[in-house]
Design a protein around this ligand. Structure first.
Ligand SMILES: Cc1cc2nc3c(=O)[nH]c(=O)nc-3n(C[C@H](O)[C@H](O)[C@H](O)COP(=O)(O)OP(=O)(O)OC[C@H]3O[C@@H](n4cnc5c(N)ncnc54)[C@H](O)[C@@H]3O)c2cc1C
Length: 235
C-alpha cells in the first residue's frame, strides 16, 4: 500500500531504560503495515522528518515507536517533548525491510542482529514469525548494547523463549560492569561462536551502520549468500 499522511495522538509514553522511550500513537482508523516497516515522523513545523521503525505488531489502530534520544538532534528533542494527548503527523508506512514469506519455505535458520534500538522492528518481525506464521525452524536474536543499564524488553524476550523452543536470544554488552554475567563485546562475538549451515541462513541486520557493514562482510565470509542478507541502517 502507498504511504499516506496520518494524524495520530500520543496515547502512551514510557522511558524504558536509559535514553530509550516507547511512544504509542493511536489513529482514528485501522492502520496496515508489514512488520519491519517504518514511519516517518514530522518533528518540527518546517516539515523535518525522522524515521522510526514500528516496534509493535499490526494491531488495529495503534503503533509503538521505540526511540533512543541520545543523539539529541531535532528528532530526539521532539520525542522528548511529546506528551500524552499531543497530535503527531506520520508518513506511513515505508520500507522493504520485511521477511519475504517465500524465503521461509526453505530457510533453516533466521538470524536477527541488532544494535541499540535496531531491536525495534525485530520484536514484531519475530512475534509475527512465531505467533502468527507458526515458523518452526530456528529463530535467533542477538542484541548488542553498550551498557546493561540500557536494556529493556527482557521479560518480553523471556516470554517468547518460554513459548517457543525454536527461539533463542543473546545479549552482548560492549561496556559492561564487572557484574555482567553475559557476553562481552559486539554482535560478532556471539555470531562467531555459532555453528550452523550458513548457506541455509537468512540474516536481518538493523541498527548502527558500522555494525551492518562489518557483519555483512563477516557473514559473506562464513558462506551466507548476499541474497540472504537484509538490512536497515539507522543513519
Ligand atoms: C529507516 C530508519 C529507521 C529508523 N528507526 C529508528 C528507530 O526505530 N529508533 C530510533 O531511535 N532511531 C531510528 N532511526 C534513526 C532516527 O531516524 C534518527 O536518525 C535518530 O533518532 C537521530 O535523529 P535526531 O534528529 O535526534 O538527530 P540528528 O539531528 O539527525 O543528529 C544529531 C547528531 O547525532 C548523530 N547521530 C545520529 N544518529 C545517531 C545515533 N543513532 N547514535 C548516535 N549519534 C547519532 C548525528 O550524526 C548528528 O551529529 C531510524 C533511521 C532510519 C533511516
Amino acid at each position: 500500500m502507498a504511504p499516506e499522511k496520518l494524524t495520530g495522538k500520543v496515547e502512551y509514553k514510557e522511558n524504558l531504560a536509559g535514553n530509550n522511550y516507547l511512544v504509542r500513537i493511536g489513529f482514528d482508523k485501522k492502520v496496515r503495515f508489514i512488520p519491519g516497516q517504518y514511519a516517518s515522523l514530522k518533528v518540527n513545523d518546517e516539515g523535518i522528518r525522522r524515521s522510526y521503525s514500528v516496534a509493535s505488531l499490526p494491531n488495529e489502530n495503534v503503533i509503538d515507536l521505540l526511540v533512543d534520544v541520545t543523539p539529541l538532534g531535532v528528532g530526539s528533542k521532539y520525542v522528548l517533548g511529546l506528551k500524552v494527548g499531543d497530535d503527531v503527523e506520520v508518513l506511513a508506512f515505508l520500507g522493504r525491510f520485511t521477511v519475504d514469506p517465500l524465503l521461509l519455505l526453505t530457510a533453516k535458520h533466521l538470524l536477527f542482529l541488532a544494535t541499540g534500538t535496531g531491536i525495534a522492528p525485530f520484536k514484531p518481525m519475530i512475534e509475527d514469525l512465531l505467533y502468527r506464521k507458526h515458523f518452526t525452524n530456528e529463530v535467533r536474536l542477538i542484541w548488542g548494547m553498550r551498557h546493561e543499564k540500557e536494556l529493556y524488553w527482557l521479560k518480553e524476550m523471556d516470554n517468547i523463549n518460554r513459548d517457543f523452543d525454536n527461539f533463542k536470544h543473546d545479549i552482548v554488552i560492549s561496556k559492561p560492569t564487572k557484574d555482567w554475567p553475559g557476553f562481552v563485546g559486539h554482535v560478532d562475538t556471539v555470531v562467531n561462536q555459532l555453528e550452523q549451515d550458513w548457506t541455509e541462513t537468512l540474516v536481518y541486520l538493523c541498527g548502527a551502520p558500522d555494525m551492518i557493514v562489518e557483519m555483512e562482510m563477516n557473514l559473506k565470509d562464513k558462506g551466507v549468500p548476499g541474497t540472504s542478507i537484509f538490512y536497515e541502517k539507522y543513519f
